[in-house]
Write a protein that binds this ligand. Structure first.
Ligand code: ATP
Ligand code: MG
Length: 338
């Protein structure tokens, strides 16, 4: 036929696909949501800069990648250079404590429910008073700024990427397999799993952007040079015209029967599955998903056999899938058991 499909409607002729478009339109982050996050970010940055003049605060994660929904939290990365003079503690700790101290000293502090989460990458979690907006702040984990730009570039490479990822996140949340702190999959892992599937179809929906545009995703690029907006990477011209629903079902099927968890590593960087070698990163791991820049395993939180089995069973149980109107209002996908 003549042209390529150019609107989401072209990929949404069947019922499931139509419902995915509806879900997407209802749930995707709105401009006003981003503005609110941005306002809070700049206010916090100003506060922090009064103590650490060279500090910069970046919004990362789904708020910036375009893969978020209205209820997504705001991920923040605080970039500090050098150390704090006169302090024996690490600058990370100082920064965490300072954000907190400053806010508590105010008559009308704007942060609440502040807690420090001691993970491999420590996180300061808090809410903005009034809006209830949740923030996760890390210090100097700058890979998040790089990979957010990569994810954003994928989100804009094909119209279908955002609605599929949103549906997968909702599906995973509904089935309680979307919580790395509980030994299941982080949203970031799920996103990489979807991208991998779209890259490895017989007729791919996505390329490897890191291979096609190495200069844009150079892992040693200065953080300040990483573009904040969608970048001028032309959309990928895929010959694959599958509908949203077919791709969603294909995704679930791929991980329930094609992908080999025991021998393969998901590499979005390479745009293919790599054989699991004997390196410590992959050894004895149930799920191996390579971080596109640091090449470690982003799915290391899945370390219990039982949780792994639960995850696999969710993939296996979903076809045929039905997205009901009810499920939409509940913001989740319900498997059709009928
Ligand atoms: P949600 O909409 O559910 O909040 P999200 O896309 O923001 O999802 P998260 O899992 O909350 O995904 O991760 C937020 C960001 O943190 C990611 O976009 C990524 O930049 C970074 N990140 C998360 N986990 C890792 C990891 N293991 N290695 C490197 N960066 C990570
Ligand atoms: Mg997030």
């Amino acid at each position: 036929t003549s042209g390529s499909a150019s609107t989401l409607q072209d990929y949404a002729k069947d019922k499931l696909s139509k419902q995915m478009v509806e879900l997407f339109e209802e749930c995707q982050q709105q401009a006003c949501d981003l503005t609110r996050k941005e306002t809070c970010r700049s206010r916090l940055q100003r506060d922090i800069q009064s103590v650490f003049p060279v500090a910069r605060l970046y919004l990362t994660g789904s708020s910036m990648s375009g893969l978020g929904c209205r209820s997504s939290d705001a991920d923040l990365c605080l970039v500090l250079r050098g150390s704090v003079s006169g302090s024996s503690r690490s600058p990370e700790w100082e920064a965490f404590l300072e954000v907190r101290r400053r806010d508590c000293n105010r008559k009308h502090g704007y942060l609440e429910k502040i807690q420090l989460i001691r993970a491999k990458v420590p996180i300061l979690r808090f809410r903005e008073k009034g809006s209830g907006l949740e923030f996760d702040l890390n210090v100097n984990n700058t890979v998040g700024i790089r990979n957010t730009f990569l994810l954003r570039s994928y989100a804009y490479a094909d119209l279908r990427v955002k609605p599929i990822i949103l549906a997968v996140k909702k599906w995973a949340r509904h089935h309680q397999i979307n919580d790395a702190s509980k030994g299941t999959l982080s949203s970031y892992t799920l996103v990489l799993m979807v991208l991998h599937y779209l890259q490895t179809l017989g007729e791919p929906v996505l390329p490897s952007l890191q291979k096609d545009y190495p200069e844009c995703f150079n892992p040693s690029m200065e953080i300040d040079m990483i573009p904040e907006g969608p970048r001028h990477i032309p959309p990928y011209k895929s010959q694959n015209k599958s509908s949203l629903g077919d791709l969603l079902q294909g995704f679930l099927k791929y991980y329930s029967s094609t992908f080999r968890w025991d021998t393969q590593v998901i590499s979005v960087r390479e745009g293919k599955a790599l054989p699991k070698n004997k390196s410590a990163e992959w050894r004895n791991k149930y799920i191996c998903v390579e971080e596109p820049f640091e090449r470690n395993n982003v799915a290391r939180a899945v370390h219990e056999q039982m949780k792994f089995n639960t995850i696999k069973s969710k993939f296996a149980a979903v076809t045929p899938l039905l997205l009901t109107r009810d499920a939409l209002t509940n913001q989740c996908l319900i498997p059709d058991l009928g």
